[in-house]
Design a binder for this molecule. Sequence first.
Ligand SMILES: [Zn+2]
Length: 352
Amino acid sequence: MKVLRTVLGDVPAEQSGLMLSHEHLLYGYPGAELDPRAALDYDAAVDFVAKQVRRGKENHGYGTIVDMTPPEVGRYPKFMADVAVKTGMNVIAITGFFPERMGIPYYWRRQTVEELTDFFVSDLTVGMVFAWHKTPYKAGAIKIATGQESVTPKPSPLGPNGRHIHEIEDRVIRAAAHAATQVGCAINTHIDPMDFDVTNPLREQLEILVEEGMDPGKVILGHAFVPPQLGAMREVLDMGANVQLDHVGIPWRISSAEELDEAMAVALVELFDAGYGDQITLSFDRWFMNPRAGVTEIDPQLLNEKVDLSYMFTSWVPRLKSKGVTDEQLKKIMVDNPRRIFSIDVPDPVAA
Ligand SMILES: [Zn+2]
């Protein structure tokens, strides 16, 4: 049977509801968890996030959130589980890593593809480890990430094998392909849009995954619409992979949300018209909680207010409908496609 592997256990894939394929319940750049100014009042933090999640579920029918926060970016398995319990939302956690320039702790940089694979498989099948402790909460997908993003973003330099992917990232991507193939789960990715200036980062990621035997149909390439890169997307769509439309209502590397939303909507319609409607997922990429201590004016990105979950239905869907997008097409990108891609095949339970 097909299941979604949530932090509270496997649920039948039919129970997905509307899915958001890339969000962050709790998010902090590596090191934030050490900052006394960012320390959580745990119960209040769970309540703060659960309130937003519950509103999204009750008012709009969101049923599943994929929390794409990597282990070194504040991933907190119990926190996700407590939000899931309080709200009834399916929360899918991920294993994997952030880009090398921003993440991948030194300890993991020193490990082989095999060791990285074992780490990911353990997160997916045994349970994630948090601050030296084993937890019962499993990840349900893998994240890989590339790109030079930093306070001053710039395109990635040429790395091994003629790609603009760094050496350790390359190893992580190969391990991710091995682990995903073993478990049968999806891989969802982060690219830095700056890299479109020097290459097609979507294709580079996908090529390595496919080299290692990954089914492209289980891969979602993220951030491809920021701003829309139609030619680059078509290359990977034609290879059988999926792309994710994210940053709905959230400006990134482009000054206005209005401008980005409109460009993304136009591109989405073009992809529907070109027959790629079964290969697109949708998300905000917002953080529900990002303890802001230590954020300064040199990093204004972090100070941007994120739109509320209702924005999808007050602004984004009306925008799409005004361009002729149908309810059936909306259902594909919000339900059918993410449900299919994130599903894991497990043996049917034996009848008693
Ligand atoms: Zn994200």
